[in-house]
Design a protein around this ligand. Structure first.
Ligand SMILES: Nc1ccn([C@@H]2O[C@H](COP(=O)(O)O)[C@@H](O)[C@H]2O)c(=O)n1
Length: 289
C-alpha cells in the first residue's frame, strides 16, 4: 500500500490493522487530522556517523555556558537516570520518582549557571543537534495541508524552538508544549516555568492544556510520533478521538524493548534515522500521492 512500510526498519504486530487505520485517516481527510510529536530522538536524530546526537538538554549541557564542574555533575545525572528511563524491567510507576529527581536536579544545576537568554541561539548554532533526514518535507507538508503539529516535549522549549527556527521550519501551524525557561529582567535564567514535564507525565501535561485541544476539537484523528512509552499518552487531551496511528522510533536497547514497543505502537521504526515512514504515511492520508 505504502512502499516505505516495506523498509527493513519497519516492524508491525498487525499490518492489517495498520492498513485499516491508515485508510480510515485517508477517508476522513486532512481537515480532521492533527499531528502530535515528541521532539528529542523523535524529530531529532538519535545518532549520526556512529555518534550520539544531543537532546535539547544536552545542547545546553555540552555548551560553553556551563562550567566544567557542572558538566561533570550533569553527565553523572545522565549516567544515573537515563538507564532507568529506558529500563524495560521497571514499570512507569517505579520510574516516576526517578524522572522527577533527574529533571529537578538538572534544572537546578542549569539555573546555578546563570544562563543568558541572548546566548541560546549561538549555543544551538554551535551544537551537533540534527533533525531527522526528511524533516523539511514533514514540516512543510503539514503546513501546506493546514494540519496542526503539536510538539510535546520533556526537553527545553526555548532550545528546541531555536532548533526548529534555525532549520526554517517553525511554521505557523506548529505549537510547542515543553519546559520553558524563566529569565529575569536582565535575561538571566532564574527558574523553569509551570509544571515540570518529564518523560512519563505527558498525560498530565496534555490534560492541563485543555485550550489547545479545545481549539482543535473538530480534528478527531491523530498521527502520533514518539520514542518512549511515555509518549503514548501525548494525545490523551484530544476530544472524541476517532482514529489514531502511533509511530514509535525504537532507537536504543532495541532487542530488549522491541516486544513492548510492538505491543504499544502500531508501527515501530527500528534504528531508523529518517522521517521516510511518517512522510509517506502523511502524504498518503492527506492525499498527496
Ligand atoms: N536532564 C535531562 C533530562 C532529560 N533528558 C532527555 O531528554 C529527553 C526529553 O524529552 P522528549 O523531547 O523526548 O520528551 C528524555 O528522553 C531524556 O532522555 C536529558 O537529556 N537531560
Amino acid at each position: 500500500m505504502i512502499p516505505e512500510l516495506s523498509k527493513p526498519s519497519v516492524c508491525m504486530r498487525d499490518r492489517q490493522r495498520v492498513e485499516e487505520i491508515i485508510q480510515s485517516l485517508r477517508r476522513a481527510g486532512p481537515s480532521t487530522l492533527q499531528v502530535i510529536s515528541d521532539f528529542d530522538m523523535t524529530l531529532t536524530r538519535f545518532a549520526h556517523n556512529g555518534k550520539r546526537c544531543p537532546t535539547s538538554h544536552n545542547i545546553l549541557d555540552n555548551s560553553n555556558l556551563i562550567s566544567e564542574d557542572c558538566k561533570k555533575n550533569l553527565k553523572e545525572l545522565l549516567n544515573t537516570y537515563y538507564p532507568i528511563e529506558i529500563d524495560s524491567g521497571r514499570t512507569v510507576e517505579e520510574k516516576l520518582p526517578h524522572m522527577v529527581e533527574w529533571w529537578t536536579k538538572a534544572h537546578d544545576l542549569l539555573i546555578q549557571q546563570k544562563i543568558r537568554k541572548d546566548l541560546l541561539a549561538q549555543v544551538v548554532k554551535d551544537s551537533d543537534a540534527l533533525l531527522r533526514e526528511g524533516y523539511k518535507a514533514f514540516f512543510d507538508q503539514l503546513q501546506e495541508r493546514n494540519v496542526p503539529l503539536l510538539i510535546f516535549s520533556a526537553g527545553v522549549g526555548d532550545v528546541l524552538e531555536e532548533v526548529i527556527r534555525q532549520n526554517s521550519v517553525f511554521h505557523s501551524n506548529v505549537r510547542v508544549f515543553s519546559n520553558y525557561m524563566d529569565f529575569d529582567d536582565n535575561g538571566v535564567l532564574r527558574a523553569f516555568k509551570g509544571q515540570l514535564i518529564h518523560t512519563y507525565n505527558k498525560r498530565e501535561g496534555a490534560l492541563l492544556n485543555t485550550g489547545h485541544f479545545q481549539e482543535l476539537q473538530d480534528r478527531h484523528n491523530v498521527l502520533l510520533l514518539g520514542d518512549s512509552m511515555g509518549d503514548l499518552t501525548m494525545a490523551d487531551g484530544v476530544h472524541n478521538m476517532k482514529s489514531i496511528l502511533k509511530i514509535g522510533y525504537l532507537n536504543d536497547k532495541v532487542e530488549e524493548r522491541k516486544e513492548s514497543y510492538l505491543g504499544s505502537y502500531d508501527i515501530v521504526l527500528e534504528k531508523d534515522e529518517t522521517m521516510d515512514v511518517p512522510n509517506a504515511v502523511l502524504s498518503h492520508i492527506t492525499g498527496g500521492q
